[in-house]
Design a protein around this ligand. Structure first.
Ligand SMILES: O=C(CO)[C@@H](O)[C@H](O)[C@H](O)[C@H](O)COP(=O)(O)O
Ligand SMILES: [Zn+2]
Length: 199
């Protein structure tokens, strides 16, 4: 019984990934171009999200600042949920909706990218970060699901929206993880050229 349930998780996750390969490759390629344009002109990526998406933002920053699969010059990325002192001070003094937006205003510069991750597209602190990024003339790369929620309406034409066609947060997050690995791999390929990967 338990094993069948577990197998169903694998099947549903794999099904969604197959389905998304077709529909998401174009927006993911656009996300790669946005990130490349940013880092090749000295910019950085600010990444934010809540819960599992906060973990995704941290995971992305680790692969970006350090390495993904190949050695290359360091690239700039900061996960905005990673500094608990800043996060708690901002939440305490300005409310939780402001925890990312205040950091975007403090750290963001024109040409930087905001990587905004929300399965619902409706988290108020992520929406406020998008607004702050626009104020700073940053490009937003949004990873969402459930039709994109309020994030879809908040984005500009120059932004990128990767919206996973599913309702369930866990399934959406599983695809977001793959999307972030695609971005890391494609940025490396564009910077270093194609190469067989063994790790
Ligand atoms: O990881 C999970 C669910 O899989 C949770 O921690 C989840 O990320 C949290 O409930 C978030 O607060 C949901 O926010 P969002 O994705 O709707 O922006
Ligand atoms: Zn989760």
């Amino acid at each position: 019984m338990l094993e069948l349930r577990i197998q169903q998780h694998f099947i549903d996750s794999a099904d969604l990934k197959y389905q998304s390969a077709q529909s998401l490759s174009k927006p993911i390629a656009a996300a790669v171009q946005a990130v490349l344009a940013c880092v090749t002109s000295g910019g950085k990526v600010l990444a934010c999200g809540n819960g599992g998406s906060a973990a995704d933002a941290l995971h992305f920053a680790a692969g970006f600042v350090g390495r993904f699969e190949r050695e290359r010059p360091e690239l700039g990325a900061i996960a905005l949920g990673g500094n608990s002192a800043v996060l708690t001070a901002l939440a305490d003094d300005y409310g939780f909706d402001a925890v990312f937006a205040k950091q975007v205003r403090a750290l963001g510069q024109a040409g930087d990218v905001l990587l905004a991750i929300s399965t619902s597209g409706d988290s108020a602190n992520v929406l406020a970060a998008i607004e702050a990024a626009h104020e700073r003339d940053m490009t937003v790369v949004a990873l969402t699901g459930r039709g994109g929620g309020k994030t879809g309406a908040a984005l500009r034409e120059t932004d990128v929206h990767v919206c996973v066609p599913h309702e369930r947060a866990a399934r959406i997050q599983e695809v977001h993880g793959l999307v972030l690995h695609c971005i890391c791999d494609c940025v490396d390929t564009q910077l270093l050229g194609e190469q067989e990967t063994s790790t």
